[in-house]
Write a protein that binds this ligand. Sequence first.
Ligand SMILES: [Zn+2]
Length: 288
Amino acid sequence: MQKESKWKSSDEISVLFLDDDQEKIELFEMAISQWQKYINLKITLYYSKRELSSRKNVIRVSFNEKEGRNYSAIGTGFNDGFFVKKRLNIAEVKENKIKFYQTSLHEFGHALGLLHEHQHPNAYDGVSDDQLKKICSMMYFIDVNDEHELGRCLYNIAPLEHNKKKYSISEYDVYSVMHYENAARKSEFPEPKHAMGLSLEDKTFIANEYPKEQPLDNEEIELMHNQDREEDLRWILETYQSENCKLERVDDKLYLTKVSYEKSKTVRIPSFSHLDSWFDACKRATSN
Ligand SMILES: [Zn+2]
């Protein structure tokens, strides 16, 4: 959490949707409501500029696919910039619902003041500028000769200093929604496989940063966390169904079955982040 960008507990925050794609708005609202359960900020949603009562503390949300980039200002950074207003953009397509939802959780985390978890001071063993450059080139396909591109990549992946004045820092959490899935990390940590939604540490941390009048204790947070996961799973099982593609849950594992006249075929889905592409492939495959 970047301390200077943190909202005040009494702040009223407006989320203004600049685009009116209903399906995208619904997915984004799901993401907001997951964060909202754990914090005491008062967030009001607006669907047109005319309804806005204040020009301050406005998180402006666009769904511009053409920009090809997901991003957000950090917390109160939304109040900076007079001529060019700061925005949060989701460039994902709505067909990839899980990806859209996860990205919305991540970008809204930035809007709450959170920085990247893979830039946590403990995330790297020590990494040289050359190694970082290589990561930008190999993992993110950045043209490292383009100063602007390289700068933006380094800004998003280079480790931050241990500075308690500037940042409030959680335990390093490889499961955080603020962690890039393919970012470099110490070998001792597991591969960051995102469960659906926010990690337990994401919730504990944000509840601590924006405590409710009756602060949530760890036990309550854990209970709420388990409920969230059940809800998310129920949503997935309802959403990822079509005439010829059936998603089922057996003992906490997900199986996708392609139903056809000849014979059915079932595959196990290794993680939530794979579901969009598997489901898409299943639907597109001809049934004979
Ligand atoms: Zn980010």
